[in-house]
Design a protein around this ligand. Structure first.
Ligand SMILES: Nc1nc2c(ncn2[C@@H]2O[C@H](COP(=O)(O)OP(=O)(O)O)[C@@H](O)[C@H]2O)c(=O)[nH]1
Ligand SMILES: [Mg+2]
Length: 83
């Protein structure tokens, strides 16, 4: 199966809801920056991940869907495009 046919798992939620922490915990890698500052994740973070005994999937970490301001709206737009 080609890369684009892989299952994509996209993490959606408000800022500071723990999306980046979850992707780091699931993959056991420090892929996405985690902090208590809302709006830490800006660009999409995409990572291939092999779920043991299941399949190779692609995780996509996103900025909060509640991000505000001019830059925030651009981030939300990027998230919508990813969906
Ligand atoms: N108490 C608690 N804090 C968490 C949990 N998951 C994440 N956090 C904290 O919540 C804050 C935001 O986490 P982050 O993963 O950056 O959220 P994101 O903005 O949705 O990516 C960080 O300070 C994390 O350490 C959790 O399950 N429990
Ligand atoms: Mg984040």
């Amino acid at each position: 199966m080609g890369k684009d046919n892989k299952l994509h798992i996209i993490l959606l939620g408000r800022r500071n809801s723990g999306k980046s922490s979850l992707i780091n915990a699931l993959t056991g890698q420090n892929i996405a920056i985690v902090s208590d500052v809302a709006g830490t994740t800006t660009d999409l973070v995409k990572r291939s991940y092999e779920i043991p005994d299941f399949a190779s999937v692609i995780f996509i970490d996103t900025a909060g869907i509640d991000d505000t301001g001019a830059l925030g709206e651009m981030r939300v737009e990027k998230t919508r495009n990813a969906i």
